[in-house]
Design a protein around this ligand. Structure first.
Ligand SMILES: Nc1ncnc2c1ncn2[C@@H]1O[C@H](COP(=O)(O)OP(=O)(O)OP(=O)(O)O)[C@@H](O)[C@H]1O
Length: 407
C-alpha cells in the first residue's frame, strides 16, 4: 500500500483496513462480520468513520504564516483558514517522499491514532486533505514551541516549573496507558506547548498498541514494521536495547530522562556517540547535579529503574504510586490543567536579515509560497522574522543533537 492508497481508501471519511498485502500488528483474525479479534477477544472494526474528516480543501484556502518546524518526513506550518480565520498547524507530507522512505505506516498510524484520542494534553487532529503532491494534516497549533526550546532558552528549568510540566505529562501518559497505548518517543522535542504554556504531547507515529487496547489500529506491511524499535537513543530504556517487548515502562523511563533534562539542561545518558550513550544506559551510568532536591532525585531514581516493572506507575498500584510521590506535593491531580503555567521564555534574538531569507525559502518550499504573497507586508515581515528566529533555533538544535538523536 503506498501513500496514495492511504488517502484514496479514506474517501468519504472511511478507511478500509482490508489490505491483501499486509500482516496485522496484533495478528487479529477477521470474522464474517468484518470484526477483527485478537487472542484476548479484543474486537477491532475493519472499517470505521474518522472523526476528523478528509476535506476537499486546497492549500490556497490557507494563509501560511510561519514555519513551526521540520521533521524527518514533514514540515509543519502555522496557517490561517481564509474563510473562517481559524488557525491550524498544517503538517505537510510529500507523498512521493513518504512512499520512497517507506513511511506510510507511520503516517497512517499517526492519523488513525490521533483521530481517536481526546485529551487536553494531546494535539487535536481536525481534518486532512490532499493534492497531487502532498498529504496535509490539520492539527491544533501549539504556538508556545517545544519544551526542548524552553530548556535551551532557560538553560535549565526550576523544580517548581518542572513539577508543572511533568504533572501535565503524567496526566497525558496515564490517559494513553489506560487506553492501552505506549507512545515510545516521549522527549522534550515531542512535548509542545500552547501559547499560554500548557503541555500538548505530539508525534504519534511510533505508538505501540498493547494487547488490551481499545483503540482501533492498522495492519503493518512486512517491510514497514511499526512493531519494531523506534524512538530516540538518549531516551531509550535498557530493556529495549535488549530487545524486550515494549511496555508502559518505556514511556516511564523516558519521563525520568525528561525530568532530569529539564532540571539539568541535558539528558542523563547523553554522550559523544550513540555507542557511548547505549553503554551508559546499560550501565545506568548517570550522576545527579548537587542542586537536585532529594525528592527530584528519588523520583528520577524510581523512574530510571533497570527493571521496567518496578518503575513508578508500572506496579500494582498503577499511577497512584507515581502521583503520590513527594515530588508532586501540592499538585491537584483533579485539576492538573487548571494550574498556572510557567512563563514562556521568548526566542533568542538573531540576525534577522539573513534568517528571514531562509525562513521565506523554507515556507515557499512548504508549498506556501503563493499564499504567503497575499499576507499584508507588515504581517509578512512579522511572520518571517519570527519564523527566522525559530528557524535559527531549528538549525542550532540540529547542530547540538548528535545524528543518532534524530530518528
Ligand atoms: N501541532 C503543532 N503545533 C506547532 N508546532 C508543531 C506542531 N506539530 C509539530 N510541530 C513542530 O514541527 C516540527 C516538525 O514536526 P513533525 O511532526 O513533522 O516531526 P517531528 O516529530 O519533530 O520529527 P520526526 O518526524 O523526525 O519524529 C516539530 O519539531 C515541532 O516543533
Amino acid at each position: 500500500m503506498d501513500s496514495n492508497d492511504l488517502l484514496q481508501t479514506e474517501m468519504g471519511s472511511k478507511l478500509s483496513l482490508q489490505d491483501s498485502n499486509t500482516t496485522p500488528c496484533l495478528t487479529p483474525a477477521a470474522d464474517n462480520n468484518g470484526i477483527e479479534r485478537n487472542g484476548n477477544g479484543v474486537q477491532r472494526s475493519k472499517s470505521f468513520a474518522f472523526r476528523a474528516p478528509q476535506e476537499p480543501f486546497r492549500i490556497e484556502d490557507f494563509e501560511c504564516e510561519k514555519l513551526h518546524g521540520v521533521g524527518s518526513y514533514s514540515r509543519v506550518v502555522r496557517a490561517k483558514k481564509k474563510d473562517t480565520g481559524k488557525i491550524y498547524a498544517l503538517k505537510i507530507m510529500d507523498k512521493r517522499f513518504i512512499a520512497k522512505e517507506k513511511k506510510t505506516t507511520y503516517v497512517k498510524l499517526e492519523r488513525i491514532v490521533l483521530d481517536q484520542l481526546d485529551h487536553p494534553g494531546i494535539i487535536k487532529l481536525y481534518f486532512t486533505f490532499q493534492d497531487a503532491s502532498n498529504i496535509y494534516l490539520g492539527l491544533e497549533s501549539c504556538d508556545g514551541g517545544e519544551l526542548f526550546d524552553q530548556i535551551s532558552r532557560k538553560a535549565c528549568i526550576s523544580e517548581d516549573e518542572a513539577r508543572f510540566y511533568i504533572a501535565e505529562i503524567v496526566d497525558v501518559l496515564e490517559y494513553l496507558h489506560k487506553l492501552g497505548l505506549i507512545h515510545r518517543d516521549v522527549k522534550p522535542e515531542n512535548i509542545l506547548l500552547t501559547a499560554d504554556g500548557h503541555v500538548k504531547l505530539a508525534d504519534f507515529g511510533s505508538v505501540k498498541p498493547m494487547e488490551n487496547t481499545s483503540i482501533s489500529i492498522i495492519p503493518t506491511t512486512s517491510n514497514e514494521k511499526a512493531c519494531t524499535f523506534v524512538g530516540t537513543a538518549a531516551y531509550v530504556p535498557p530493556e529495549v536495547l535488549k530487545h524486550a517487548p515494549p511496555t508502559i515502562g518505556n514511556d516511564l523511563w523516558a519521563l525520568g530522562c525528561t525530568l532530569y533534562q529539564m532540571l539539568s539542561g541535558i539528558s542523563p545518558f547523553k554522550d559523544g556517540s550513540e555507542w557511548l550513550t547505549f553503554q551508559r544506559i546499560m550501565a545506568r551510568d548517570f550522576k545527579f547535579p548537587e542542586y537536585f532536591s532529594s525528592e527530584a532525585r528519588h523520583l528520577i531514581d524510581c523512574l530510571l529503574d533497570m527493571d521496567p516493572s518496578k518503575r513508578l506507575a508500572s506496579g500494582p498500584d498503577g499511577y497512584a504510586s507515581l502521583k503520590s510521590h513527594p515530588f508532586f506535593k501540592g499538585v491537584d491531580w483533579d485539576n492538573v490543567r487548571g494550574m498556572l503555567a510557567p512563563k514562556l521564555a521568548p526566542p533568542l534574538t538573531v540576525d534577522k536579515e539573513d534568517e528571514a531569507e531562509d525562513a521565506g525559502w523554507l515556507l515557499s518550499h512548504a508549498g506556501c509560497g503563493s499564499t504567503n504573497d497575499e499576507v499584508p507586508p507588515k504581517e509578512k515581515e512579522m511572520a518571517s522574522s519570527s519564523a527566522a528566529v525559530e528557524n535559527k533555533e531549528n538549525k542550532a538544535k540540529f547542530s547540538t543533537i548528535d545524528a543518532f538523536d534524530s530518528k
